[in-house]
Design a binder for this molecule. Sequence first.
Ligand code: SF4
Length: 400
Amino acid sequence: MQESLEAIGEALDENGKVIVTGCLGAKGDVVRETHPKVLAVTGPHAVEEVMAAVHHHLPGPAEDTANPFTSLVPPQGIKLTPRHYAYLKISEGCNHRCTFCIIPSMRGDLVSRPIGEVMTEAENLVKAGVRELLVIAQDTSAYGVDVRYRTGFWNGRPLKTRLYELANALGSLRANAPGGELWVRLHYVYPYPHVDEVIPRMAEGKILPYLDVPLQHSSPRILKLMKRPASSEANLERIRAWRDICPEITLRSTFIVGFPGETEAEFEELLDFLEEAQLDRVGCFAYSPVEGARANELPDMLPDELREERRARFMEVQERISAKRLKRKVGKTMQVLVDERDGKFAIARSSADAPEIDGRVYVEDGGMLKPGDWAAVRVARAGDHDLWAKLAPKREAQQA
Ligand code: SF4
């Protein structure tokens, strides 16, 4: 919360006009007490309230804002990411009640967006030049549960409100994307059995062979205290099966260490799980009590230093695993998407790298490439998180 309050302060210093919306907005009193100059504070899903506040403080001409000749807002909306990638939010809220999390109390139960609306937004983004769609939600795999996987319509075609159908439909947008190339990346996917259906689409190259699966822990007792579904054994089996179907798959996950009552043996069980699972990318948080979370009522809160020490030990193990997996890419040719240029380097990402959270591919002779360009590169060396590469010879580029 402190970080968000500081960001609001910075925005106020920058331009003096700030409207706060989202989860923090639900705590309006805290925001207003800290920053009395904010123009408005709203909770999550408050599009109308935000728009009313914008119109109130920045009145524009009373014209039809959907008119492309007079409106500054394009039909695909305004997004804050660079032009070549965009986040596609498919639902809001969550039906789980993980004890360390307060999102359901702030955002409510799962509400899936109509599949036709999601697909139209995706189509418009691709038409506007987006090369990579990052599918997000609090729980992406639960998409459609709240509407019983209702059949919606997109371009007159019936389409079930379900992750599998959505992934297929998003993959089909490649056909109309410039150069026939589009990356569809799935984030925040629970390892439910029905997720297995999506993996063959990854093996066929319809969507990116990348899954961001927040596992949080491996000890059955801790998972139960966290109120997380699935056991570590089931997760390991699932991971093995995914890799059998799609050996190229990149698996990312997040974990919490130092959860209340976590014993040394349970923590070591988690380290063993890491060794078994051989995940590619991992984020780890030392448990930190969130105001209003039920986990705060659990006994045996661990001291700060122990939580931090376990986080460091966890990262030491995972960094070795990640670095080893990354090293296997040296000498291989791969396709990358350029994010930015830095002198004679291009800074890019491969299918294994989501923006901002994963590694980067530094293309040493990519100075002529522009953000949003595709390039085939051959990997020259690997660090702990990033790769260094050179543009691939033409013949190899055609196979990448
Ligand atoms: S951690 Fe994720 S799945 Fe669990 S309650 Fe929070 S949003 Fe839902």
